[in-house]
Design a protein around this ligand. Structure first.
Ligand code: F0G
Length: 451
């Protein structure tokens, strides 16, 4: 087709106003928020790219399904529809609903991990790492070396280093590895996909040693579409078949339906292990609720059941990936350093390269995110030294794109704001901490500019 303009594969039925602030107002607001954008009131943000989690727009199909929500405490029909939708894609025997992804993590690791254990992953997301460490186990990141190089255009930088996994198993012993995880896509490593070939390699090593493999499946549909686009042999396959083939390589998954579930809340934990499932359901009942709702309303289960199907539609995924790439390409053409290649849910600016005069200990990512807010009311998030402390391999600023929310002209505005900041980057100052919580400190940290 000769027409190049990207259009959203939907039309808009309900609108939500967003509001402008002046630069003077934003300067005051940023200071009041202690230079931490998590502490800003959302109504003072023009374009909110803090996260793609729970911020998507639901479809008419989802809203209609919500009216069918069966709010029965036990045995709700909504749970049956939810379970069927999940199983049709993920294929696992037990489906345990939870109110968001980290609950699936907490329950899974409470049941499987103990002090002294080691859990490898391509790269653990912050909640995943924190929930593993909370059991006394150690969370180890094993991305391929290319995954640590922002400018490297390798198509599957989310891959796990299979040789490093074998070395780890040999060194610490199989008994200390209760499970291996694979995060698709690798959010903390730039939203990069994992190839089918890599998942097969990881699965083979796990099976050889009898170690269960679990997927952190938050962005499984984007990962499947990137396999279709980038991995030889998959161009003719549907995203659904690619996703099913990948999940068949594992023994279970954790999922935040706030991402590729196209829902505003929810998630699930899946396993093929009957004994584990029983223990997990017991824990679920303790803090979340009965196993046919898991802390969700019946209508939430309905929204997820429909969302999981819509997210695999090719028109949607094509638009999603092309729109993110458009943002990345326009920035890269102007010389802005970012994690290459552009992936699914976000563009990640390389703050260490953007602000080489600010050392990592002065939080270049937080400084850059603050400046994007001052310049144009954008909210983004640092994924770097503030989030991970000494574990941070990179200082990135993530511009996460909520699903089906912003239009191409919003994206054009975002590009313009970033290019303005790029022009005056030498004037941006680093920051120091004035308050930090003992874990997950980035959510509540307070900072101030250094002279
Ligand atoms: N795993 C990954 C890869 C994630 O990106 C997230 C959440 C979770 C697990 C936890 O899920 O929020 O539903 O409890 N990521 C959000 C983000 C918060 O902004 O990337 P949750």
């Amino acid at each position: 087709m000769a027409i190049k303009t990207i259009i959203e594969p939907f039309r808009i039925k309900t609108v939500e106003p967003i509001r402008w602030t002046t630069r003077a107002e934003r300067e005051k607001l940023l200071e009041q928020a202690h230079y931490n954008l998590f502490l800003l009131p959302a109504e003072q943000v023009l374009i909110d790219l803090l996260t793609d989690s729970g911020t998507g727009a639901m479809s008419t199909g989802q809203w209609a399904a919500m009216m069918l929500g069966d709010e029965s405490y036990a045995g709700s029909q909504s749970f049956d529809r939810f379970k069927n939708s999940v199983q049709g894609i993920f294929g696992y025997q037990h489906v345990i609903p939870v109110h968001q992804g980290r609950v699936a993590e907490r329950i899974l690791f409470s049941v499987m991990c103990k002090r002294g254990d080691v859990v490898p992953n391509n790269t653990h997301f912050d909640t995943t790492r924190a929930n593993i460490e909370h059991t006394g186990a150690e969370a180890v990141d094993l991305p391929i070396p290319e995954g640590r190089e922002p400018a490297n255009p390798h198509p599957f930088k989310g891959n796990l280093d299979v040789a490093a996994l074998k070395e780890l198993i040999g060194r610490v012993g199989r008994e200390r590895l209760p499970l291996v995880m694979l995060t698709i896509t690798n959010n903390s490593g730039g939203g990069q996909p994992v190839s089918m070939e890599n998942a097969r390699g990881v699965s083979a090593v796990c099976r050889q040693h009898g170690i269960p493999l679990y997927f952190d499946a938050c962005r499984f549909a984007e990962n499947a579409y990137l396999i279709k686009l980038r991995e030889p042999g998959y161009a003719e396959k549907t995203p659904r078949n690619i996703a099913r083939a990948m999940f068949a390589l594992g023994d279970g998954c954790t999922m935040s339906a706030k991402k590729d579930g196209l829902a505003n809340i929810g998630g699930f934990l899946c396993t093929n292990d009957d004994r584990l499932a029983q223990q997990e359901k017991n824990l679920l009942i303790l803090t979340e609720g009965y196993p046919t709702y898991g802390g969700l309303a019946g209508r939430d289960l309905e929204a997820i059941a429909v969302g999981l199907q819509e997210v695999l539609e090719e028109d949607y995924l094509r638009y999603r990936i092309v729109s993110t790439a458009y943002l990345g390409q326009h920035l890269a053409e102007a010389g802005v350093p970012l994690v290459q290649p552009p992936a699914g849910h976000a563009i990640y600016l390389d703050a260490r390269a953007f602000l080489p005069h600010i050392p990592p200990r002065c939080f270049p990512g937080v400084a850059l995110a603050g400046e994007l807010y001052l310049e144009g009311g954008l909210r983004s998030v640092e994924i770097g030294t503030l989030m991970f402390g000494e574990h941070a391999e990179m200082d990135l600023v993530r511009l996460a794109i909520p699903r089906r929310v912003y239009t191409q002209s919003h994206i054009d505005y975002v590009i313009e704001v970033i290019l303005e900041v790029w022009k005056h980057r030498e004037t941006i100052r680093g920051l120091r901490l004035t308050y930090e919580a003992p874990f997950l400190r980035h959510f509540t940290a307070r900072l101030e500019p250094v002279a």
